[in-house]
Design a protein around this ligand. Structure first.
Ligand code: CO8
Length: 256
């Protein structure tokens, strides 16, 4: 991989997007590598953390130089590719944490929003500046931002293109927490290891329920949760987890 650096430790994968000459902007090659990576995550990985290489930028957006000469057909293709990759991130069986270490603009904010949990460093900056370039958010940002922060705030941010700091991102619910820059990766890894100690199938089902209820009406969502709850009782992890509790023993989940 030319633009991705991956490290795996104790079932937690840390993926760094690394294109420092363009503040980790996403071009077709980066998106293709990301897709290949997501399609081939080993089955023993319990949590994925996505971050940006270097101290300054998470991802400074889609690559403006590459987009500058696109035709409408090219825009369709480029937008589809980004949206497809981000949907694969959102649909992964395992939780994905964005550790946002600087600029998260345009496609950078959009990839963070496709992750399950967002932890921002104090120096992180967020925005959807696309309308200042004559385009709109094209990697599903109009949809996910409105879902996350509400239509009114999404319209404020997208119509103005303004950049907000981490504290405002926290206040509006765009990120889960803000931490000191030097502590970002430790905090992300701590959370990842807490998640990794839990029953993987249960975590997966919980993620599916929360993601599905995005678009379902209430009774369908509640029925879906009920179905997934019942499926937990077909797993060895449920038996081991509950037996260990009753015997006051520590459980190690086996993902079955
Ligand atoms: N694309 C390409 N190159 C970039 C990008 C980018 N998004 N961002 C930064 N770079 C490059 C700069 O051109 C510069 O290159 P060089 O050194 O060769 O001149 C290098 O990175 C360093 O950047 P700066 O010198 O500008 O660094 P500053 O610290 O002065 O500024 C900023 C940092 C504020 C992040 C600034 O670089 C900036 O405003 N970048 C653009 C941010 C932006 O507008 N992002 C949104 C892009 S649009 C988008 O993401 C749409 C997604 C959906 C697309 C759907 C398509 C159909």
């Amino acid at each position: 991989m030319k633009f991705l650096i991956s490290e795996i430790e104790n079932g937690i994968a840390v993926l760094k997007i690394s294109r420092p000459q363009a503040l980790n902007a996403l071009n077709t090659e980066v998106l293709a590598e990301l897709e290949e990576y997501i399609d081939n995550i080993p089955s023993d990985i319990r949590v994925l953390i996505i971050t940006g290489d270097g101290p300054k930028s998470f991802v400074a957006g889609a690559d403006i130089a590459e987009m500058s000469n696109l035709t409408p057909e090219g825009g369709l293709e480029f937008g589809r590719r980004g949206a497809r990759v981000f949907k694969k991130i959102e649909d992964l069986d395992i939780p994905v944490i964005a550790a946002i270490n600087g600029f998260a603009l345009g496609g950078g904010c959009e990839i963070a929003m496709a992750c399950d949990i967002r932890i921002a460093a104090e120096n992180a900056k967020f925005g959807q500046p696309e309308v200042g370039l004559g385009i709109i958010p094209g990697f599903s940002g109009t949809y996910r931002l409105a879902k996350l922060v509400g239509q009114g705030m999404a319209k404020d941010l997208i119509f103005s293109g303004r950049t907000i700091r981490a504290d405002e991102a926290l206040r509006i619910g765009l990120v889960n927490q803000v931490v000191k820059s030097e502590e970002l990766m430790d905090v992300a890894k701590d959370l990842a290891s807490k998640i990794a100690q839990n029953a993987p199938i249960a975590v997966k089902y919980a993620k599916q329920c929360i993601n599905q209820n995005y678009d379902m009406e209430r009774d369908t969502a509640l029925a879906f949760e009920n179905e997934m709850f019942a499926k937990c009782f077909a797993t060895e992890d449920q038996k081991n987890g509950m037996n260990a509790f009753l015997k006051k023993e520590k459980v190690i989940f086996i993902n079955k």
